[in-house]
Design a protein around this ligand. Structure first.
Ligand code: DP6
Length: 338
């Protein structure tokens, strides 16, 4: 009898964005990134070794196959992990997100992160992160594997504020926790705007970053923004951090829009909301700042104690059913079901 191993891995929101790759095959990013790991927004993945001829994968209660668009990334990553562990055993995988599917919240960070932990735990019969580490599967090693599945996934394996260092070659990239979750309690309230269909997937869009005339100048100056962000977080200075976060996301979208092919991930509704936010927060003297990933949703970043005021403000213009609020979290949890 093989036990089911369960990994819960939170999503993360980047302050300094991972955008563009120096080497796609090696998953080597063009720049460092910094993110905050969330808590309630997560993926829970159960993996169990089984004597079946092919992996069986269920995602949010639906079976997915190797040929499916969503299945491709998952099966490819399972093949990669199996090769690393030199195993031919097949897994039964059951995975679900705590947030609604298709709401445009990136599930690849939490999804590929949870898949990595659950699969490695099942294949090595490791009931906890400590046992995994004692068997030679340190967090460093698991992070490098998660990165192959999806770049942003490597940042979800630590809690708090996480720094993914690009390094000067692929082998040198590392991920570390810059600050733990108790350093500075921050929140992320996601305002959901329709994400009917992403015309260009982020993997494809990463590729075209190099065609934007803004990309090289961005890379040349990004380390100073990174250092300024780290300093602002250390000082717990939102008036300093907020504008840096906004400049960063607008610059990333500038790169995306000025690339070939040009992509607009956010439309009129999102733009209108951002203009409204800028006006209202000034009127209320409220330190709430925005960031967007490769999609139309707006992530509002602010200190925990402002939560009530931010919710009150949002009530003026957004239905509460379109808001998902979360706080900075402690990172992944691995358990075994008896
Ligand atoms: C905009 O991690 O989804 O969210 O490595 O190709 O899987 P792949 O890309 P992915 O890119 C995420 C980019 C981003 C910014 C960020 O999270 O840093």
């Amino acid at each position: 009898y093989f036990q089911p191993y369960v990994a819960v891995v939170p999503s993360n929101i980047a302050f300094l964005k991972y955008w563009g790759k120096s080497d796609e095959a090696l998953q080597w990013p063009a720049n460092d990134s910094l993110s905050m790991t969330l808590s309630d927004l997560h993926t829970k993945t159960k993996a169990q070794v089984s004597e079946i001829p092919e992996h069986q994968v269920r995602l949010n209660d639906q079976e997915v196959f190797r040929e499916d668009k969503v299945g491709q990334k998952i099966f490819k990553h399972l093949d990669y992990l199996a090769e690393q562990l030199q195993t031919r055993e097949k897994l039964i995988i059951e995975s679900s997100n705590s947030f609604p599917t298709g709401c445009g919240i990136a599930s690849s960070a939490s999804g590929l992160g949870a898949l990595t932990l659950a699969a490695v735990a099942a294949w090595t019969a490791s009931p906890s992160l400590e046992v995994l580490a004692s068997k030679g599967f340190s967090m460093d090693r698991l992070i490098q594997w998660a990165r192959i599945g999806s770049g942003s996934a490597c940042r979800s394996l630590y809690g708090g504020v996480v720094h993914w260092h690009r390094g000067s070659c692929e082998k040198e990239q590392t991920v570390n926790q810059a600050f733990d979750e108790s350093h500075w309690p921050l929140m992320d309230s996601v305002v959901l705007f329709s994400d009917a269909e992403k015309s260009v997937g982020s993997t494809e869009a990463h590729r075209s970053a190099w065609t934007s005339p803004l990309f090289a100048p961005r890379l040349a100056s990004l380390n100073s923004r990174r250092d300024a962000m780290l300093q602002a977080i250390e000082d717990k200075n939102m008036k300093f951090l907020g504008p840096l976060i906004e400049q960063e996301t607008l610059e990333m979208h500038g790169v995306i829009m000025s690339a070939t092919p040009s992509v607009h991930y956010f439309g009129a509704e999102t733009g209108k909301f951002l203009a409204w936010l800028r006006e209202r927060r000034t009127a209320l003297d409220l330190d709430v700042y925005f960031t967007l990933d490769a999609g139309p949703n707006v992530h509002l970043i602010y200190e925990n104690h402002l939560h009530e005021r931010v919710m009150q403000l949002l009530q003026e213009t957004v239905d509460s059913s379109r808001i998902l609020s979360d706080h900075m979290g402690a990172g992944p949890v691995l358990t075994v079901e008896e």
